[in-house]
Design a protein around this ligand. Structure first.
Ligand code: HDE
Length: 752
């Protein structure tokens, strides 16, 4: 053992560092190697676990903590009874000596940890990232090499709401990705909106205090529609750009699967030859960018507050794995750090894709749900300072504050400095740190020399320069400067990009933005706050300002200065192109006289198209259970279904003469309306689906249901056919564009 070898940064003469890959085995155990956890207790292997929908989870039995045959205490003691406290007689007082009662209740008392101060409400999934290998000219990050597969964990979140708030509120969404690379963990902690409310981290407590519920009554929950938020953003106009995005459809995504993601800040990439490039990161969803409409979002908040969480888990369980491409916009690393006049250090600015195209450099696939919400989704700890060689930060002042905040917040949230040892946070690269002790220290470190330099451990651990995979910050020259509390002059432009965003939207999207401002400001009580916000809107666009002012019943102010001339960026609009329909949900309404063969065929065709069919019938159970063909499971009843669950609705018609109908007693086979589909609950469902511009299809007799719902049968996006086979293909085609946009008045006016 080379105990007396002096500490050295240098490899041996052969160029090999003891203990490094390819060298001889280290002469000593690395001093910081933690012990493996103890093996599972005897009898602790449990039955196969299944998910709530009956699918095997494939959980490793060794990890199923309570799966054994016998209940034990935390100390491994088997227990005969966990339902009765130890008492002095059946009616007597409970005895303090009941150690099982005390352990059980004490542990329960401490089951909750503080929720995240922002982004408390989230859902996550495991997946894999595969590099395309086309970014080597700008970065040496190994996980971007061709076909390298890197495990990832992605957490999506809302920002303002508490952990139990609804998923579909109007808010920015977090999109945080942990890449477990061979070079250490890289976290890309982004949002679904490419800009932020503030330009300097020191304002973060202000914007969050303004957005969170009022401190006196703690209302409203998970909303920006209240005085304090609008007070702040109108006084602090650098928030205007993020605010208009929040008033757009981006803030009410249809699904996490249909959101873009943005790293927001400009980062600095470093190539193998040391060359540097400035970069903005983008996530582009393969399913396209799609949103809810506001009324739908509001209904879902009550109907299914877990809508996005459920959608993500169901899609993954069904094998419709969500995918995004990671893309980069790159810019020359010039001294002024601007591109086409846009300050790259200003996080309230985008660079339009028309000026700097997004180059795809890898594919993210989410393919596994977490096994335990608390252990994984709740305890995962992201940090923009988790970087790998080839990716460095810039001097964006917002990013600087984040680099401090994310480590700091985990100390109170996860109870100490050892959160990197929590399984979901553990790097997949070997760890050899000299961090010791502290709350929740799980490792049993060996050795006596967790310090450098040392001679007792043969000088280990050695440090590694860039040539040995070490992380070396880019030696960026800094200008001679004076210490000041100031922002650069370029940060003072708060209107040109909100205007660019507004002008880039289609008329329908603009109408949604107008309605959102009118709704939110209409919820404010202070007249001065409404008026001040109208002044902000006047500086974005007079039409926007006038329409919102009209809705509020207030005069529209004039712009405070001439409007900036900007070039719209069509890439910012969501309404364009067609997209895959994978994972879309189709409601099939089977009334009492429904044509079961048709339902069966359509249901299969929906599956075959990669979508999810949900059969809706007057009562639960199965349809056609007494016939020859396979029975059809009923997933929703007229009582439990609501239009907002579905992307499109199909109305089953009546059967051809002689064929099976569901409720034989009431059947009017081949003759008339599928009676119970005119039930008021279905009429409501159709009216909502129509209003929300969803495709509606139906066959044989469905016209009467549409008429009952007040829907003209020749409306856009209404497909009627004689037989079941005639509807689905057209409905799928309509879904490719997400909604029947012609149904919105703005689209009609535009066409006219
Ligand atoms: Fe965060 N942010 N943030 N943020 N943020 C947190 O970290 C913070 C900002 C973002 O799923 C906290 O672990 C400051 C921008 C996401 O676990 C906290 C500033 C962007 C998540 C924190 C910002 C984000 C967080 C709370 C202004 C988009 C959820 C709990 C300088 C690029 C991560 C935690 C997850 C979470 C601080 C601004 C994204 C307190 C100080 C800009 C996606 O550390």
């Amino acid at each position: 053992m080379a105990k007396s070898e002096p500490a050295s940064r240098k490899p041996d003469p052969a160029g090999v560092i003891p203990g490094s890959p390819g060298s001889e085995p280290a002469p000593l155990d690395e001093p910081t190697r933690p012990h493996e956890p103890l093996p599972p207790k005897p009898d602790q292997s449990g039955p196969d676990t299944v998910s709530p929908t009956g699918q095997p989870t494939g959980a490793d039995q060794a990890t199923v903590a309570q799966g054994g045959a016998y209940l034990t205490t935390a100390q491994g003691l088997r227990l005969p009874d966990t339902d009765h406290s130890l008492k002095a007689g059946p009616r007597g007082p409970v005895l303090l000596q009941d150690h099982h009662l005390r352990e059980k209740i004490t542990h329960f008392d401490h089951e909750r940890i503080p929720e995240r101060v922002v982004h408390a409400r989230g859902a996550a999934a495991h997946g894999v990232f595969v590099g395309y290998g086309n970014a080597a000219n700008v970065t040496k990050a190994a996980f971007l090499d061709k076909d390298v597969e890197t495990p990832v964990f992605v957490r999506f979140s809302t920002v303002l709401g508490s952990r139990g708030s609804a998923d579909t509120v109007r808010d920015t969404r977090g999109f945080a990705t942990k890449f477990y690379t061979t070079e250490g963990v890289f976290d890309l902690v982004g949002n679904n909106i490419p800009v932020f409310f503030i330009q300097d981290a020191i304002k973060f407590p202000d914007i969050i205090h303004a957005g969170k519920p009022h401190p006196d009554r703690e209302i409203p929950q998970a909303q920006s529609a209240h005085d304090t938020f609008w007070d702040f953003v109108s006084l602090h106009t650098e928030a205007t750009h993020h605010t208009i995005w929040n008033m757009s459809d981006r803030a009410i995504p249809r699904s996490f699967r249909t959101m873009e993601g943005f790293g927001i800040h400009t980062f600095r990439l470093v190539a193998a030859d040391g060359g540097t490039t400035l970069v903005k990161f983008h996530w582009k969803p393969k399913a396209g960018v799609h949103s809810l409409v506001w009324e739908e979002a509001q209904l879902i908040s009550g109907m299914d507050p877990d809508f996005h969480r459920r959608d993500l888990a169901d899609a993954i369980e069904a094998g419709a794995f969500p995918q995004w491409e990671l893309g980069i916009q790159t810019f020359p690393d010039t001294a002024d750090q601007t591109f086409e006049g846009i300050d790259l250090l200003d996080p309230t600015k985008i660079v339009p894709e028309e000026l700097a195209p997004v180059r795809p450099i890898g594919l993210l696939t989410l393919n596994a749900n977490p096994s335990n919400y608390f252990a994984e989704t709740e305890q995962v700890a992201f940090h923009p300072g988790h970087l790998v060689p080839g990716i460095d930060v810039t001097d964006d002042p917002l990013l600087a504050g984040r680099l401090f905040s994310y480590l700091d917040t985990q100390i109170s949230r996860l109870g100490g400095p050892n959160f990197a040892q929590i399984p979901i946070n553990r790097p997949h690269a070997p760890v050899n740190d000299m961090l010791r002790d502290g709350l929740h220290q799980d490792a049993v470190h060996s050795g006596v020399a967790p310090y450098r330099p040392n001679s007792l451990d043969g000088g280990c651990p050695f440090t590694a320069g860039a040539d040995l995979g070490g992380y070396v910050e880019v030696p960026v020259p800094l200008p001679a400067a004076t210490k000041v509390r100031e922002a650069p002059a370029s940060f003072a432009d708060h209107t040109s990009q909100p205007r660019l965003f507004w002008l880039s939207l289609t008329p329908i999207e603009r109408e949604h933005v107008t309605a959102a401002y009118t709704f939110e400001l209409g919820k404010c009580h202070e007249p001065a706050i409404k008026e001040r916000n109208l002044r902000v809107l006047a500086d974005i666009d007079p039409v926007l300002c006038a329409r919102v002012a009209e809705g509020l019943g207030l005069p529209a102010p004039a712009p405070s200065e001439p409007l900036p001339s900007v070039q719209p960026s069509p890439a910012l609009s969501q309404i364009r192109g067609t997209w895959p329909v994978d994972g879309r949900v189709i409601g099939i309404v089977a009334g009492l006289t429904a044509d079961l063969d048709g339902v069966r065929a359509v249901r299969q065709a929906v599956f075959d198209a990669g979508m999810v069919p949900l059969v809706i019938a007057p009562t639960g159970g199965e349809l056609g259970a007494d016939g020859d063909a396979a029975p059809i499971p009923v997933q929703r009843t007229f009582t439990t279904a609501r239009s907002v669950e579905f992307d499109a609705i199909l109305l089953a018609g009546t059967p051809a003469p002689g064929k099976d109908a569901y409720g034989a007693r009431d059947a009017k086979a081949g003759n008339g309306t599928p009676a119970s589909a005119t039930d008021p609950r279905i009429v409501l469902m159709l009216a909502e689906a129509y209003r929300h511009a969803k495709p509606i299809g139906g066959w044989a007799g469905s016209e009467d249901c549409l008429t009952a719902a007040g829907i003209p049968t020749d409306s856009p996006g209404v497909i009627l056919a004689e037989e079941a086979g005639g509807v689905l293909a057209d409905v799928v085609e309509l879904l490719g564009a997400h909604r029947v946009w012609e149904r919105f008045p703005a689209a009609a006016a535009d066409a006219g």
